[in-house]
Structures are given as C-alpha cells and as structure tokens.
Design a binder for this molecule. Sequence first.
Ligand SMILES: Nc1ncnc2c1ncn2[C@@H]1O[C@H](COP(=O)(O)OP(=O)(O)OP(=O)(O)O)[C@@H](O)[C@H]1O
Ligand SMILES: [Mg+2]
Length: 586
Amino acid sequence: MIGTKGTVVAVNGNMVSVRFDGAVSMNEVGYVKVADQRLKSEVIRIRGDVSQLQVFEITKGITVGDEVEYSGDMLAVELGPGLLGQVYDGLQNPLPQLAEKAGYFLERGVYLDPLSIEKEWAFSPQAQVGDQVERADTLGTVPEGAFQHRIMVPFNLYGTYTVSSIKPAGSYKIRDIIAELKDDKGATVPVPMSFLWPVKRPIDCYVERLKPVDPMVTRVRLVDTFFPVARGGTYCIPGPFGAGKTVLQQITSRFADVDIVIVAACGERAGEVVETLKEFPELIDERTGRSLMERTIIICNTSSMPVAAREASVYTAVTLAEYYRQMGLNVLLLADSTSRWAQAMREMSGRLEEIPGEEAFPAYLESTIASFYERAGIVRLKDGSMGSVTIGGTVSPAGGNFEEPVTQATLKVVGAFHGLSRERSDARKFPAIHPLDSWSKYKGIIEEEKVAYAHGFMRRGTEVEQMMKVVGEEGTSIEDYIIYLKGELIDSVYFQQNSFDEVDAAVKPERQIYTFTKLLTILASQFSFPDKNEARMWFNRLRQRFLDYNGSVWQDERFKSLEKEIEEAVKGQSQGLDTAAEKILA
Ligand SMILES: Nc1ncnc2c1ncn2[C@@H]1O[C@H](COP(=O)(O)OP(=O)(O)OP(=O)(O)O)[C@@H](O)[C@H]1O
Ligand SMILES: [Mg+2]
C-alpha cells in the first residue's frame, strides 16, 4: 500500500500546513522530507484537503513545496521487554544510543529502535496450543530485572483467538515469533514479543477499575501522615520556581512503595535531568537489592527540544506505565513539569488560531489535563491480579500563583494537592509542602482524627503567630504562646525532613506511626511554665532532642536513650493530658 502524500503549503514555527491527496486521519504520523532527512510530525487538524502537523523537530529549512509522507499509523510506542532502565526522549528514542550515533548535539530526523532487537530473553511459555486467548492474555514470561515481564497477546488484537503454536522455553529476540494465533476465520496471526500501541489511547485491557484506597507510601512524613497519596490515585505538586518540586519528585522516585517508576522530565533544565541520570544507576533499591535504574524508565525532554515533543513525552510515559500495570505491577508516573506541556498546548493552539481561553490557553486545556490524569487507576486484571498506575505531576505556575489555569485545571481532577510554598522554601523548610494549604482526599497511614488533632496545633499555632505580629509577645497569653510553641515543634520535628540525612530523608511507615504517637502525647500534654521565656527554652531543648531522635537509627541504643530522655522531660513538665485528647489517644 502506498501511503498518502502531501505538500507543505505553509510553515508556522513548529507547525506546518500540508495539502494532501488521499486519506489522512487525526493524530496520524507524517514525515516532512527536508534534504535527506525525514522529520517526524503528527496531524493535529484536518480541514478539507489541508492538514496541520506539529513537527517534533526543529523546523529550520522546511519550505513550501516540501514533500510529506503520511504513515497511516498513530503516534505509537513499542511495548516489550527491555523498557526498564531506558532513558528515552518523548518519541521513545533511546537517548544514550542516540547521542552515540549522532553526537551530543542530537541530530534531527534520526530515529532509533526503542528496544534492542539483538538482545536475547529467556522465554517461558505459559499458554498452550489450543488455548482460547484474547488481547492482553499472557502467552509466556521473560525475566526483566526483578520482574516477570508478561509476553501478552497484543492489545490491538480484538476478538478471540486460538493458540496454534507456541515456542518452547528458550532464548528469543523481541522480533522473533513466539506464538501463532488463529482467528475465527482461520487466518494465522504471528506474535512477536513486542508490539506497537498508540500513545493517546488508554490501555484498557482490565476487568474493572477500583477505587484507590491503599496508601502509596512515599516515606515523606508530611505526605504519608498528613496528605497521603493512594495507589492508583493522582496528586499534584504546584510550586513556584525553585521551591523544591523536582527534589521532592526525586525523593519519591527513590523511596515510593511501588514496583516501577516512570519519570517524565518534560521541558526541565537539561542539567537537572543529567543529574538524575548520573545518580540513578549507582543507587541501590532496598526492595530488590538491585540498581534503582533497573526498575525506572526516564522520558526526558529538555527545554531545548521543540515544544511538540513535550506533549509526546507525557503520553509516551503514561502508556508505558499502563503497559506495566497490565503485568499486575504498581507503577508510579512522575511528570515534571506539566506546565511545560500546557505551554506547548498553548503555543500550538495559537498557531492553529483557535479561540483562546483563559491566559491564552486553549479551551480544551481542562479536558486534556483531566483525560491525562484519568489514565491513573487501580485495576483488576482478567487473571485476578491487580495493577496500578499512580500519577503525580508538578505544576510551575508563574509567580507561584495557584489561581492560574493549569493549576486550577489540575486541582479539579487530582485526589491530593501538595502545594509548595515560597515562604517555606525561602526559610529552607523542606519539603516545602504547605501544611495549611495542602489537602488530600485519600486515607493515610494514621487515623484521621489523630491527624486532625495534631494538625489543629499547626493551624492554631499559625493563628497565634499572626496575632503576635500585631500585639507582640507581651500581649499574648501564655496558653496561646504554648500552642504556638507546639505548632513550631510539630513543624520542625515532623513536617520538615532533612533530605541530606541518611536516616531522616526517608521514614518507613512503622516509624512514622511510632514517632507520630510520641509527638501526639506531647501535643496533648498540658504544660505550665512560670513565663514565656522558660517555655521557649524548654521547647527548644525538646526540639533539639527530637531532631537527634529523628536522625538516629530506628530502635538502636541511641534512639532508645533519646526516647527515654524525651519521655522523662515531658513527664517532668506535664500536668496531665488535655481531656479532648484522651479519647483520641486511647
Ligand atoms: N527536600 C529538600 N531538602 C533540601 N533542599 C532542598 C529540598 N528541596 C529543594 N531543595 C533545595 O531547593 C533547590 C531547588 O529545588 P528544585 O530544583 O527541586 O526546585 P523546583 O521547584 O523544581 O524548581 P524549578 O521551578 O526551577 O523547576 C534545590 O537545588 C535544593 O537546594
Ligand atoms: Mg524543577
């Protein structure tokens, strides 16, 4: 079959208008031919016999009259063993290999195989000749890192098939035919170990979607205890420039309790991405004892790549996440930053001369963001196993103003909101998640009423602090002052976490629950002091001990002796428990 051809009739930045002859469909891939290069593009609008394509490459040199070849295929990714540990660009080009082939200044129009076609995989068959199978049913497995990678019936094979042959256990390459299926008309379909799937179509080969309930532990106290994220849920981290979005996501990518992490670094500074890349292979994942990179995929579009590639990277990342979910795994997708993607949408919409919405973003901004986050979810698969995709996206609103369209559109769809605060990051209070503005709809690792009780001290403490700014310390009662000190205590020993301290950087849930309970007793204790100065000094000493306690190894000698010191100090000063707290603590 000869594909449709067209001719460039206009070039507008990264968008070209192409008059075509034949059939063209939305989101179809086309190649613009410039000299000896073929530049990958995607159809984003069709009017009559003219189509608009966004070009995933720099469009320099494209002129009116250049030829365009339409591929007949949607923008797709290749799914198969060997994805883990890869660093791809938004079009699933393996970046290290690309750099090797084309030099560090990536050459446009060079596309490489996403998966090695030479590598051999140890295949174990699972299906048998005569089995009736459907899309996503497991034909066999190959070990990939710490996982059994399911070799499945390609998701684009709709209907029922009969397995007519399957390869015995052995070593095969991804393009080798490992099984043959017969459809109901008797035609044979050969099945290799990899296949293509269009990135804009959610992978939906599951029996049912479930409500996300179980917490996805991140080991960040403020998240797990106060603003939890559920497995299969969604959350967003909006924050002003430099407030710690990327660092927070990096911490999460290392410690989150999931099988696989996919990082979509979308339009961030190239340097940061390189930092991540350099570190990961050396970090050991304590769950598997293997390099962290073996369970990670990085999709990386630096800000020097054309805007259209940012969009592709977000969709590529979520499609890979859904693929591993089909294997019964828990996947976390971290997108940094979704604002860059939204800006790309705005730029394209402008070039298409669409009627702009708020702040010149397209009117479909909200629905596009919503349909991205809706691809998260926990699902039950046909074989009864469960898999999940959790999505966390950062948003970088200009000037840190959360009222802007991208933050607002995201807030409408996500289940948790970790708003970073400029004030807190300037004060170097990390993670700079705002303890009063943030929220979560999910259940965490600690009972809600306990959390609410503790959170109350932060809220009331802040109110006292505001009041003190007006009336001064002298005008504040000692009771209020103690509330303020309790608020300060919980902030410094629980909300803040020292990401450079080996112990404190990531805290397991058992320890969070344990220390939280200790802290709760302190908050609930009624203290009396002769004056504010004494109170402040006492709390300062307590805070210091608690910080040392946080930094000591869980349940070792030092930990136990610091705990004893803390308990004795509190006992010596406490006049009994707040009656409102007795029930909660019981
Ligand atoms: N948890 C943390 N602990 C210690 N320092 C931190 C932490 N988070 C952020 N920082 C400091 O803040 C700096 C900026 O953080 P980061 O790059 O994550 O911000 P960002 O919000 O991603 O910025 P941008 O908007 O530019 O992408 C870091 O280089 C680091 O010095
Ligand atoms: Mg960042």
